[in-house]
Write a protein that binds this ligand. Structure first.
Ligand SMILES: Cc1cc2nc3c(=O)[nH]c(=O)nc-3n(C[C@H](O)[C@H](O)[C@H](O)COP(=O)(O)OP(=O)(O)OC[C@H]3O[C@@H](n4cnc5c(N)ncnc54)[C@H](O)[C@@H]3O)c2cc1C
Length: 375
């Protein structure tokens, strides 16, 4: 079943969003399918396709996050790496859209939403630090008109010489966190290519070093950052669902595609495409329900978002594993996309918030809630 067909099952999705998803899916098929292998191998960063997706409104749908997620999922059906870059771009726009800094919005919102300016997010380290997994890597101090920031982030994706990304530093004296936009064109900011990965090499992923980089006030997303992080965190996680939904949908298609020749033996496998199609429909409905209210503040809502994201990582790996077993030797060929989908699926499960972090978040949250009710 195609993205659009599945989305049409949702009674809340409007005609406009259908046509946006249709346009994104068509562009993904025409521009990404032919280069998906090269993106996977890391020989192509699909800059032009990302800009063209911007032209048709793929990064501009944040008034209703359900459209944004459906768009990422349509891309993910074709190419997991580009779905991740779509998430990076959308997340950058999401930060800017939600900022109260009018000067920043005036300067960057339409440029990023149109795809004229590309970029991403360096929030893995801050997100891990907020949940007690590692220390915050960027430090800053206040000076006239802005801040001076130093430190390094090991991996930030969808970057290039003139790209932007949102991240967070800590003011050393006070411990206050500030969320801001970094500009890769800054001469004091250095991008170093990463060692080859298992997949995702075409995603423009670099280690980023800040050598006393000046961040002017019109690039501050939020100070203090923590209330802002609470505001954007559900949207941040829910948009990642697009990566998982698109990938699982393609794994169902892969399993279906080998039915004519292999159904007589594949029917002995424990997990069938129909099982994953059912799981996909359920996860999609949950995603769309939760994404309708991304600013909800209740703890039950937050737990539901985290729990769904956890199951999405598991489902992506399980569906890609099943697709490999259904394909057999033909999926073991480097030229077949089943093995690419398996490698991409592991990324869904390890990108922040990774499976282990999500489990820690749920465990910590349950403990906190118990503490609250005991007091
Ligand atoms: C392809 C790719 C793209 C990514 N893109 C982004 C992005 O756009 N933005 C973003 O914020 N994050 C990005 N990340 C980081 C990602 O989201 C995770 O945070 C990261 O994979 C680490 O998570 P973890 O669960 O393994 O962390 P943990 O298991 O908790 O370990 C992380 C820590 O282990 C150490 N470590 C890990 N690997 C190495 C190594 N090879 N050598 C030395 N030390 C190491 C480091 O200290 C690191 O902080 C990307 C990662 C990958 C692989």
């Amino acid at each position: 079943m195609t993205t659009t067909a599945l989305l049409r099952k949702s009674d809340e999705v409007t005609d406009d969003s259908e046509s946006l998803v249709d346009r994104i899916a068509a562009l993904a098929r025409s521009e990404l399918t032919p280069i998906a292998l090269e993106i996977d191998e890391g020989t192509v960063y699909p800059e032009q396709a990302l800009r063209n997706l911007g032209d048709i409104g793929a990064w501009d749908a944040h008034t209703d996050l359900r459209d944004t997620i459906a768009g990422v999922s349509a891309i993910g059906e074709t190419c997991g790496s580009t779905a991740f870059m779509a998430w990076c771009q959308n997340t950058l726009v999401w930060y800017i859209l939600n900022s109260d800094n009018a000067a920043l919005k005036a300067k960057y919102l339409s440029a990023t939403a149109d795809g004229k300016v590309l970029g991403g997010t360096g929030l893995s380290n801050p997100m891990k630090s907020f949940f007690g997994i590692e220390k915050l890597k960027l430090k800053g101090k206040r000076i006239d008109g802005g801040y001076i920031v130093r430190g390094a982030l090991p991996w930030v994706s969808n970057l290039g010489a003139d790209h932007l990304f949102g991240t967070i530093f800590e003011i050393e004296e006070t411990g206050e966190k500030v969320m801001f936009i970094a500009d890769c064109a800054d001469e004091n900011l250095a991008l170093t290519p990463c060692k080859p990965f298992l997949a995702m090499d075409g995603t423009g992923t670099y280690a980023v070093q800040f050598r006393d980089v000046f961040i002017p006030d019109d690039r501050v997303l939020a100070a203090p950052a923590m209330p802002f992080v609470k505001k954007i965190r559900a949207g941040f996680i829910l948009m990642q669902m697009g990566m998982a939904l698109g990938l699982v949908r393609d794994c169902v298609a892969i399993m279906d595609s080998v039915k004519p020749s292999l159904a007589h033996v594949n029917r002995f496998l424990p997990q069938q495409p129909e099982d994953f199609a059912g799981l996909l429909a359920k996860m999609e409905a949950e995603t769309m329900m939760l994404a309708a209210t991304p600013y909800e503040t209740g703890n039950d809502y937050w737990r539901a978002v985290v729990d769904l994201r956890l199951r999405a990582g598991d489902a992506a790996v399980a569906a890609a594993h099943a697709a490999m077993l259904h394909c057999g030797a033909r999926g073991y060929l480097k030229s077949h996309r089943a093995q690419r989908r398996l490698r991409e699926a592991y990324f869904v499960a390890i990108v922040t918030p990774a499976t282990k972090q999500l489990r820690k978040m749920l465990a910590d949250n349950a403990r906190e809630q118990q503490g609250d009710s005991a007091n």
